[in-house]
Every structure is written in structure tokens, then in C-alpha cells.
Design a protein around this ligand. Structure first.
Ligand SMILES: Nc1ncnc2c1ncn2[C@@H]1O[C@H](COP(=O)(O)OP(=O)(O)OP(=O)(O)O)[C@@H](O)[C@H]1O
Length: 363
């Protein structure tokens, strides 16, 4: 049994997002979708598309509308306006069970009284419910065939999620919706399961949409990231793009730790701030600005007269220390991430140097 579709994009998907996007029609298109719960509007003209064979993550804070959007795509909720299409075919009014969609939820939603094998077989068309097909699906998610006889409560959380993925993939749906599938797992298992799921999706060329509130997960798992805030898509693009070129400070702050300093843009690619002159990676209008840097761009150097600051707080994480530093004179505070060759302590006097480039926003 092979789960790669005929005309699947699996080989191309390994060649990079641009190659696929240029040649393949979107598997999912959401166009101008708005949704209200009574008088409360939770989605505002949301548009996004997912290229066939690609994985896109919708990331946003709690209450931003991620689950609501997923439910509209799955067909559990009808939008007040806008459209949803799968492989170019309108499904906005199609019942959930008639859409070619696989769903993996936070808890896996396995039937506790059925064996793993029967859980997986449930996802297969009736005539294909054979031990061999179940065994192939277990193999796909790197679980031994003997696990078919176990009950879900005899598996670890990560194994349960892999079974849930196998069940969702059994019918080779147009798209797999992953609704916070790793959030119930502890840190190490979460990462391993994430990698395992990513490998299955990419090797089979399966289109997937992941919903998560975890920025790191979104950036590392998906080939494209959509940032949802207040029911609006603020930005969508490749992970490196949205991290490096956020459209506003709120998006930057959501997609990882941000250092925001008052600055003056003195030339299209130059800004002056309390830490000195910084090169801008995209042109900005001259005048007052907010300068965005990331904590990993601030290098702690031995204390000197200029750029002198003091450590206000320090969190030791083993591999590195994150410290809050108040800069003398301006009173501004910055967060730095320092490898633990020389751990920082509260009260230390330090100097700071900026590496790399920043982004300036008017204001
Ligand atoms: N059935 C409902 N009736 C009324 N309001 C709802 C309903 N479901 C969700 N909401 C509201 O809609 C908004 C978006 O909720 P949604 O669950 O889509 O957000 P989310 O981004 O998935 O949040 P979380 O990450 O906490 O799950 C919230 O303000 C929520 O309170």
C-alpha cells in the first residue's frame, strides 16, 4: 500500500517550497471567511491557501480564532460569509463527512474500547479493512505491527498521536487538519512526535494544516506560517520570512522574544538607538521609530563606559541564560540570550553590542 497520491508532490516538496508553489494548485483555499458567534465576530475576512503537499501552521494567541477557523475548514461550522475550496472545488456548503479531510486532535480522540488495529481500520473504507492495510499504516507511523492488538491506554501519549495520524491518513484525504496535536505531550516526547509526524507528512506528500499556539512549533514544523490575531491574518509566509520581516511589533512579539527600542531612522537602512548605530534589513522612513531586534542579536561584552548596563534578572536554562538588562541613562531594558560559557548574574555590570540587522517600524 502506498500513501503517496498519484501526481503527488512528495519529491518536489523536498526540493523547497518555492518550487512546489510555482507548479501546484492550492489544496486548500480559504477566501474572505468571516464568522460570528451571535454578536461576537471571531473571524474577519480570513484568507489563506495551502499548496498541495505542503504543511502550513496557523499560529496565534488563545482566543484568536484558530479552532474556529479549523472548524469552518472541517465543515463543523458554516461561515457567515466567504468560501472554502479543496483542490479548486467549493466545499463551503458541503457537510463535514463529505469533505475529504482527516483530523488529528489534541488528545487523539481514539476509541478507548477498541484495539489500535480497529481504531485504524475505522479510518479505512469498509472493503479495505484488512490486517495488511492496518499493518502498513502502523509501519507508516513507525509503530510495530504487533501494536494493532493493544488498547490505546497501553500506548504512550506520542504513540497514541501517531495512531491517530495513521487513522486520519487511511483514506488519503485532501488535507489533514492537526489541531494542537502535540500540546498534551511533555517537552522531549513532543519534539520526537513532531519530527515523526513531519516525516510522514513530507514523505507521503500529504497536505496538512497545523493549529498551534506554540511559535517554535509553528516555525519548525511548517513550510508556511499564518499568524492569526484577533480573528485576522496578520501575516503569512515562509517561517524565516515572518520571523525576519514581521509586519508589525505585535506579530514580532508573538513570533518569539523581541527587543524593542526607541530609535531614530537616520537613513533608509540605518537607525540610531541607545546601543549605537544599527543597519536595517529593509528600508524605513526617516524619523522616530521602534527598532526590533532579537535577544540572540545582543552580545554581552565586558563592561565599558559606553553601552553600559546592569543585569536586573537572569534565568538559567543550562544551555543558556536569558537576562534582563537595564541600560544606564535611557532606563530602557533589553532581554539577551547568552550561551553559558560565562553565566550572567543579577547585579553584573555588562556592555552590549548588536550583531546583525534590525527592523524599524514608524512610531
Ligand atoms: N461556541 C462558541 N460560542 C461563542 N463564542 C465562542 C465559541 N467558541 C469560541 N468562542 C469564542 O471565539 C473566540 C475564538 O475562539 P477559538 O476557540 O476559535 O480561539 P483559539 O485561538 O482556538 O483559542 P485557544 O488557543 O485558546 O484554543 C474566543 O473569544 C472564544 O471565547
Amino acid at each position: 500500500m502506498t500513501l503517496a497520491r498519484s501526481g503527488s508532490t512528495a519529491p518536489e516538496s523536498l526540493q523547497g517550497p518555492a518550487a512546489v508553489e510555482a507548479s501546484v494548485a492550492p489544496a486548500l483555499e480559504v477566501h474572505q471567511v468571516s464568522l460570528n458567534y451571535g454578536a461576537h465576530q471571531v473571524l474577519h475576512q480570513v484568507s489563506l491557501s495551502v499548496a498541495a503537499g505542503h504543511t502550513t501552521a496557523i499560529v496565534g494567541p488563545s482566543g484568536s480564532g484558530k479552532t474556529s477557523l479549523l472548524r469552518v475548514i472541517a465543515g463543523f461550522l458554516r461561515p457567515d460569509s466567504g468560501e472554502v475550496a479543496l483542490h479548486g472545488k467549493q466545499v463551503t456548503k458541503t457537510a463535514a463527512h463529505r469533505r475529504s479531510i482527516g483530523l488529528v486532535s489534541q488528545d487523539g480522540a481514539l476509541f478507548p474500547h477498541l484495539s489500535v488495529g480497529r481504531n485504524i481500520a475505522f479510518g479505512l473504507p469498509r472493503r479495505q479493512r484488512t490486517a495488511a492495510a492496518v499493518s502498513d499504516l502502523l509501519d507508516l507511523v513507525s509503530l510495530p505491527a504487533e501494536y494493532a492488538r493493544r488498547r490505546p491506554d497501553q500506548l504512550s501519549g506520542g504513540q497514541r498521536q501517531r495512531v491517530s495520524l495513521a487513522r486520519a491518513m487511511a483514506r488519503q484525504p485532501d488535507i489533514i487538519l492537526l489541531d494542537e496535536p502535540f500540546s498534551a505531550l511533555d517537552a522531549g516526547l513532543r519534539e520526537r512526535t513532531r519530527k515523526a509526524v513531519q516525516k510522514v507528512l513530507r514523505s507521503t506528500g500529504t497536505t496538512a494544516l497545523l493549529v498551534t499556539h506554540d511559535q517554535d512549533e509553528a516555525l519548525s514544523f511548517a513550510q508556511s506560517v499564518a499568524v492569526l490575531q484577533g480573528g485576522r491574518v496578520q501575516q503569512m509566509g515562509a517561517p524565516e520570512r515572518v520571523y525576519q520581516y514581521p509586519v508589525n511589533v505585535a506579530t514580532a512579539e508573538f513570533l518569539g522574544e523581541a527587543v524593542v527600542l526607541s530609535a531614530t531612522v537616520t537613513a533608509p537602512h540605518r537607525a540610531a538607538c541607545v546601543l549605537g548605530e544599527v543597519t536595517l534589513r529593509q528600508a524605513a522612513a526617516e524619523g522616530r521609530a521602534q527598532l526590533l531586534l532579537r535577544p540572540e542579536q545582543l552580545m554581552v561584552v565586558p563592561a565599558r563606559e559606553e553601552n553600559l548596563g546592569q543585569v536586573l534578572d537572569a534565568d538559567y536554562f543550562g544551555h543558556d541564560t536569558t537576562a534582563l538588562i537595564r541600560i544606564h541613562g535611557s532606563g530602557e531594558t533589553v532581554r539577551v540570550r547568552q550561551l553559558n560559557s560565562a553565566p550572567l548574574r543579577i547585579g553584573d555590570a555588562v556592555g552590549l553590542e548588536v550583531t546583525g540587522t534590525g527592523v524599524a517600524f514608524p512610531g
